[in-house]
Ligand binder design. Structure first.
Ligand SMILES: Nc1ncnc2c1ncn2[C@@H]1O[C@H](COP(=O)(O)OP(=O)(O)OP(=O)(O)O)[C@@H](O)[C@H]1O
Length: 269
């Protein structure tokens, strides 16, 4: 097995809990290079907790996570930061900094000695800002950005970190309609990019963006998960089982769209 045919990420019999509640039980899951997985499921089902566990930021209740065949808890932090990176759902800035400085921070897994940034680090950071359409903000203060702008700057930081496995918690949540396309196109391009060594996992809420861009879907339901190609998992009956409401499928000839049916959603308090 070589680096292209071996799983980039493997979860084996992974159970994830919060306090006494089991969010995910004995999950077996493999992410191969060049795949773009989206994780779907209702609020509070455990997408963030699962991503944090897969990233090695939280311990699993049972089972294990391996990246390129190596247990994640046995990988040195600097090496781990080259293998996987996580875009958190929200960014908290405790102090002022320029956008460019915040993005250059993504180069830390490659810095040694005093850790001063090199010209190539700056160039890489500027290129990442261009890819997320934020280059003109490079000298702005991160504390003065809008929510959507700040999130795209965080995405640029992840791009400069340049890990093999990009994990993103709701990367389109704060983005307008056009910016959502920019973000999802970028993620698909990264997964598909030559030499096909990378993969993307993104927790998402927009089923139609997922249908348009993801190659694979992990759908979390209560005590149950469904996984596979996006076409296989994005089925109205599976979505209904996971979200508790019915979906109408509209096919415009280019793409299937999933519309939740309002009269199947319980809105009474
Ligand atoms: N630190 C914590 N302490 C206690 N419970 C927590 C903690 N963090 C999360 N939870 C609970 O764990 C469950 C899963 O939360 P998580 O954030 O993983 O869900 P999610 O699927 O990402 O939700 P959303 O779609 O709303 O972002 C929720 O019920 C949440 O209330």
């Amino acid at each position: 097995m070589n680096e292209f045919s071996a799983p980039l990420l493997a979860a084996e019999q992974l159970s994830v809990s919060v306090e006494q509640r089991i969010l995910c039980k004995r999950l077996d899951w493999q992410v191969m290079p060049s795949q773009f997985w989206c994780v779907l499921g209702r609020n509070g089902i455990g997408k963030t907790t699962l991503l944090h566990t897969l990233a090695g930021l939280a311990l699993p209740g049972e089972g294990r996570v391996a990246i390129q065949g190596k247990r994640i808890d046995r990988i040195q932090p600097q090496q781990l930061a080259r293998l996987r990176g996580l875009l958190a759902q929200q960014q908290a800035d405790a102090f002022s900094s320029s956008v460019l400085a915040a993005v250059i921070a993504g180069r830390h897994p490659y810095q040694f000695g005093f850790g001063w940034d090199r010209e190539e680090d700056r160039a890489q950071a500027m290129q990442a800002l261009q890819r997320v359409r934020m280059a003109s903000f490079s000298e702005h203060d991160v504390m003065r950005l809008s929510g959507g702008e700040r999130q795209r700057v965080a995405l640029a930081t992840l791009l400069t970190q340049d890990p093999l496995l990009l994990m993103l918690d709701e990367p389109t949540a704060h983005q307008d309609a056009a910016a959502q396309i920019v973000v999802m196109e970028l993620l698909r391009k990264i997964a598909n990019g030559l030499p096909r060594k990378k993969a993307v996992i993104a927790a998402c809420h927009d089923i139609n963006l997922v249908a348009r861009y993801a190659s694979h879907v992990l759908l979390l339901g209560d005590g149950q998960t469904w996984q596979g190609s996006a076409d296989k998992v994005l089925q109205p009956q599976l979505l209904q089982a996971a979200f508790g409401c019915a979906f109408e499928v509209v096919d415009n000839g280019r793409q299937r769209m999933f519309m939740p049916l309002a009269d199947t959603v319980s809105v009474s308090g």
